[in-house]
Design a protein. Structure first.
Length: 381
């Protein structure tokens, strides 16, 4: 009997399973999870304090719940050690499991800085619900935190922690927050607004060591500054999980390489989500994952369907300073034009032909999100 196996139970894995079940209620479906297999919204992790959500409240469904909902088998706390594309089976906890089609939705791992100091191992990162549980356990009673990284997740956590009254220092080698997403004046408005809320930024430098300075922790920066803190959180980015795919002979680059149909270099093996490089794009955001899951479900059901990426703005969860960005495609020649007002910044990116290809909206300018999105050509498809 045919069977579809999905490795990964994050948004990509579970959404693919849900979309497939809408089309096919009967084909055996098996999901493999490295953790407890609970279903939850990962984006909520960086603003759960403001929402007054405990880790237990974030998990919406258990693995058993998902089995019932999907009429599937969910194997929690399971390790996949090998994929054999020729034999169409994977090795899970030492046992072979056959598949007719395999979906890799294995996500990404936090990038770790090579920090010196006897407290370097105490640096936390949050990439899933179990990480967040550890973070909240350690955070209890703490009043000061250092965040490594002023990107999307770093800024969201900074906003969330300040909303809970915790002192926050954010360190980043770039010259501004959201350095890869925002043009300078939009970034400056975000920085000023978060600083007015009490966030302290340290740009143009990096953390070098994290050492115990009982009862505190001393974070030493490359510029000679030392910050006393109670906790250090690393939010410097994610690296797609490609080791299993590489060891199995699949083509990898910035992620597991697939075409627009989510097909990897191996027959009947597909990939999506944070681990995948889809037709040249690695987009670790909710909207691209949803688009990919819907297309892949149709392909798995027997109707090959390429993914379409329309313009997909990213809403940054910094309620102190509402921010929306629709980044221009990588490599597109063009320039930003920024309009600054007292209550926000509206930045538009036009390519060399004058076509709107991206935007960044900060503060009150976020009201233009919907109208601008309609004017941007699809990213793919």
């Amino acid at each position: 009997m045919s069977a579809i196996v999905i490795i990964g139970t994050g948004l990509a894995g579970y959404t693919t399973a849900r979309e497939f079940r809408k089309l096919d209620p009967a084909t055996p479906l098996h999901l493999i999870s490295r953790d407890a297999g609970s279903f939850y919204s990962k984006p909520i992790l960086s603003n759960a304090l403001a929402l007054k959500k405990t880790p237990a409240q974030i998990a919406l469904n258990t693995a058993a719940d998902m089995e019932r909902q999907l009429a599937a088998t969910v194997s929690p706390h399971s390790s996949v050690s090998a994929i054999d594309p020729a034999a169409h089976h994977i090795t899970v906890n030492g046992e072979a499991i056959a598949y007719t089609k395999l979906v890799l939705a294995v996500g990404a791992d936090p990038i770790r800085l090579p920090l010196a100091g006897n407290a370097a191992e105490s640096v936390l990162s949050v990439n899933d619900l179990s990480d967040y549980q550890r973070f909240r356990d350690v955070l209890d009673g703490k009043q000061r935190i250092v965040i490594l990284g002023a990107g999307l997740i770093g800024c969201e956590f900074a906003n969330d922690l300040r909303s809970a009254g915790i002192d926050v220092d954010v360190i980043d080698p770039a010259a501004q927050p959201l350095g890869r997403l925002l043009p300078p004046q939009a970034a400056g408005f975000l920085r000023a607004t978060l600083e007015a809320a009490g966030v302290r930024f340290h740009f143009g430098t990096t953390a070098q060591s994290v050492a115990s300075a009982a009862p505190a922790i001393a974070a030493a920066l490359a510029d000679g500054t030392t910050i006393e803190t109670d906790l250090v959180l690393s939010a410097i980015g994610l690296r797609p999980r490609i080791d299993l795919a590489r060891a199995s002979g699949l083509t990898v680059n910035r992620g597991i390489v697939t075409d627009a149909f989510l097909q990897s270099s191996a027959k009947d093996v597909y990939a999506l989500g944070d681990c995948a490089e889809v037709a040249g794009f690695n987009l670790p955001f909710v909207m691209p994952i949803m688009q990919a899951a819907r297309a892949l479900a149709k392909t798995l059901h027997g109707t090959p369907t390429p993914v379409v990426y329309p313009a997909m703005p990213v809403v940054v969860k910094t309620p102190t300073c509402p921010t929306v960005v629709c980044p221009p495609p990588p490599g597109v020649d063009g320039q930003w034009e920024e309009s600054v007002a007292a209550d926000g910044v509206r930045a538009l990116f036009h390519d060399s032909a004058g076509t709107l290809r991206g935007f960044a909206l900060v503060g009150a300018a976020t009201k233009d999100k919907q109208s601008l999105t309609k004017d941007i050509p699809p990213l793919l498809g």
